[in-house]
Design a protein around this ligand. Sequence first.
Ligand SMILES: [Ca+2]
Length: 449
Amino acid sequence: MARIFLGLLFLQIFTLVYSQCRDGWQEQFGNCYVFVNVRRSHNGGASICERYGSKLANPKNVSELNYLKETAANEFKNANHFWIGYSKGQNNDLDGYWNNSKPNLSEGNCVAMNNVGLFMVDNCFWQHFFVCQRKACGQNEYSCINGDCIDSNYVCDGNNDCNDFSDEIHCTNRGSYFYNSLSDKISVNASIVQFLVCWFTIEVPIGYRIIMEFQLYNVTEYDWFVIFEIKKNNEISFIGDPNLSDTNTFYSRNNFVIVGYGRYHNAEGTLFDFNYTSIAIPSPILQATSDPQELSFSESWMMFPDLELSWKIEAAKGSAITLQLFELVFPNTGKNSFYIWYGDDMAVNLTDSTGNQTFTSNTSEVFIYFYSENDDRNVKLNLTYQMHTRANLTNTYLRKLLKLLSKNSSLYWRRNWLNWNKYSKLSRMLRRRWILEISKTEHLDFGTF
Ligand SMILES: [Ca+2]
């Protein structure tokens, strides 16, 4: 009886561990796919895929395209589009399988697809959900986190066969413990450390970052201790060591953290304990109203290295959005970028700027993008966003506008302004032009709109 039970247990572990795709990934056409419900730029999504040894999905034929669109319809309830891997190539053309509907390159450089199988080219910084794709492993292989496939006999044998330790992170018989809840407390007592080296690996969902806070740290100089994470290409990135730092709080670069401890002398009692929590880094879509609303960075986000943040601000169709920037402190070092798109392809690169500035869109959406490679502690953003309806612009400030326009332009403008409704296409163009003119004018106070 006991033998049968052990046999069943073994079978269960076997099927759990040695599937051809990792948990959460779907196998299809010899590939593994994951549909990520987190909004990122094209590059941000691609970089998350790379950590898993995968790329943004590239449908190569109609079956793969149909699979992507049908699965996306289920997985991405609130998204019109999701990123796939195609983008503008070196030959300035789009490389990909288009099912006779090649998108128009004039609208951007990166390709998104929707859940009815149509493509569009979008600004690569825009935020969309995304799909990663990698090759599935064979029948008797283990699927490493980094995308490698190893012989399943090498799992939990004490050797780092995957090169990212993922074949050795969940082997309690060898002193490696795996945590995948969003928060937990990990307390390590000398009595449970039977091994010379033990590992504690935390993996939280994609899009989350981990904060570790040490309460107790009795690791001596005779021991070995490290907190690190694996980036793409198995590159190790050290997060910190409580012994060497003036802080007991550490922030992850991605959704993994590994804590390693090596015991080189006899120890007693609790060696170290820490709490970890994880927070999602959002990419919100905000609705502008006629009242100014505040947008600012959360200080806790700023502590994370390799941080991509974005906000899309939408207003009612036909209206405009004004951003009033009150404070911006932003390091102009490393690979940092800060952009605001506030009109038809008008981007402001804010790497250098601080202080009061106003931006007024000529479209009903504004996009703000921030990236910082460093965990710079001194980043501040404080701005308000506000919608201006067409009614505000046409009725209340008509006289003001006409006065302004007549100052430095001809009667042409007045004449067409009065024909606003008659020539709707022309008037749209003119309205955009007017808003642009106003935004360039210093003496108009937008707070009064
Ligand atoms: Ca191994």
